[in-house]
Design a protein around this ligand. Structure first.
Ligand code: ZN
Length: 384
């Protein structure tokens, strides 16, 4: 298949995926499309597991290392429609970009990884290639956690994570957990000014301290604790509520544990604060319910010999720089790396546009990514 034909197919599939909403827990329609495409592309095996992940297998030679390519089928809601230049579920093309909800995170990567089957014809020898499209990434990496725990297949030696990296290499990110900070105040007549006991005054002091908190800093930057939602006891307006719950998104460096973070938060306002770690249960479109621990951090040293080999092969072949950087956001990479799989991030798409209006994916980056994936497969297949 020539490059122009692949480009046309990539555009068509990306548009179709954008036109098919797939919020977390509602990935079925996109999963059905991807299964159908994998069958058309003659993957050797196509499986939907119990949680709804789609796994395509391309059989290779036993003596070569197996490689997993993976990204996720779910995406976050589009937010305010008025902020979008185009309908977020149309997949409108302007210039080199396809616009839409989830375009970069991660429908462009889904389409690109799907077509790996086409480029493999030109790789002389490779091991088994698994292409896994997972559910529930945006709410805690549930599909990948389930896959790694339950797959009957032996774990692959290498994993390539398809999250937007502008076709550069990614080697780390912080882990993620949600904590609920429960603030205890006093229910009293709202004509009384009690700054020490009014939950809103207490909350304002806590938020100021969160902002000023000197979190430890290491190779992946610093831990952050960002308030994302607030609820409180509902009272008539002439009564001050007795409690307020602030939910915070915690991004945690590998050098720090979640319990360290909880301990620090509990000391910010003594005797007024109770911190709970939010546990999530994911309900899949298949009906399966699954609980998983926090989304782990990901780290592979930039001097790791495999990462170095991949980088120099790409740079030699394509005569451009392929910088190794870390992601600001969290992905499923840590789930695979924790199992001893040598994991690298690489995909088309710009990290800066994800989870916001006018998210888009570059068509030329998707086409280029296939050539880069081809090179990465060749390089990893040659590693003893
Ligand atoms: Zn993503």
């Amino acid at each position: 298949m020539n490059l122009q034909r692949i480009k046309k197919e990539l555009i068509n599939v990306t548009k179709l995926l954008i036109q098919t909403p797939s919020f977390s827990g509602q990935e079925k329609d996109v999963a059905d499309i991807l299964v159908c495409k994998m069958k058309q592309l003659q993957y050797d095996e196509v499986i939907i597991d119990d949680i709804g992940n789609v796994i395509g297998i391309i059989k290779g030679k036993n003596h070569k290392a197996s490689i997993l390519f993976t990204t996720h089928m779910d995406h976050v809601p589009p937010g305010e429609r008025a902020e979008w230049l185009f309908d977020p579920f149309q997949g409108v093309i302007e210039g080199d970009y396809i616009y839409g909800c989830g375009a970069a995170d991660a429908k462009g990567a889904l389409a690109t990884q799907l077509f790996i089957k086409l480029i493999l014809k030109n790789v002389h020898e490779h091991g088994d290639i698994f292409v896994a499209f997972t559910v529930g990434e945006e709410v805690g990496g549930f599909g990948s956690q389930y896959l790694i725990k339950n797959a009957d297949l032996p774990p692959p030696r290498f994993a390539i994570i398809g999250e937007p990296s502008n076709n550069e290499l990614r080697n780390g990110h912080r882990g993620r957990a949600i904590v609920k900070i429960l603030l205890k105040g006093k229910r009293t007549h709202s004509s009384r000014c009690l700054p020490e006991e009014n939950v809103f005054f207490i909350c304002s002091r806590l938020v100021a301290k969160l902002f000023q908190c000197d979190w430890p800093r290491a190779s992946l930057g610093a831990t952050s604790v960002i308030p994302v939602s607030c609820t409180h006891e509902l009272c008539p307006l002439n009564i001050t509520p007795s409690w307020l719950a602030l939910k915070c998104d915690c991004r945690i460096i590998p050098e720090q544990s979640l319990s360290d973070v909880v301990r620090i938060l509990e000391t910010l306002i003594p005797n007024r604060v109770l911190v709970e770690i939010e546990n999530f249960t994911f309900k899949s479109y298949t009906g399966l319910e699954f609980q998983a621990p926090m989304h782990p951090a990901f780290w592979i040293s930039p001097t790791h010999p495999v990462l170095q080999t991949v980088q120099s092969a790409l740079e030699q072949n394509f005569k451009r720089d392929f910088p190794i950087r870390t992601w600001q956001f969290t992905t499923d990479a840590g789930i695979f790396a924790q199992k001893g799989i040598i994991t690298i991030g690489f995909a088309p798409g710009d990290e800066k546009c994800v989870h916001s209006a006018n998210e888009r994916i570059s068509i030329s980056e998707m086409v280029d990514a296939l050539a880069y994936y081809f090179n990465i497969i060749q390089t990893l297949s040659a590693i003893k």
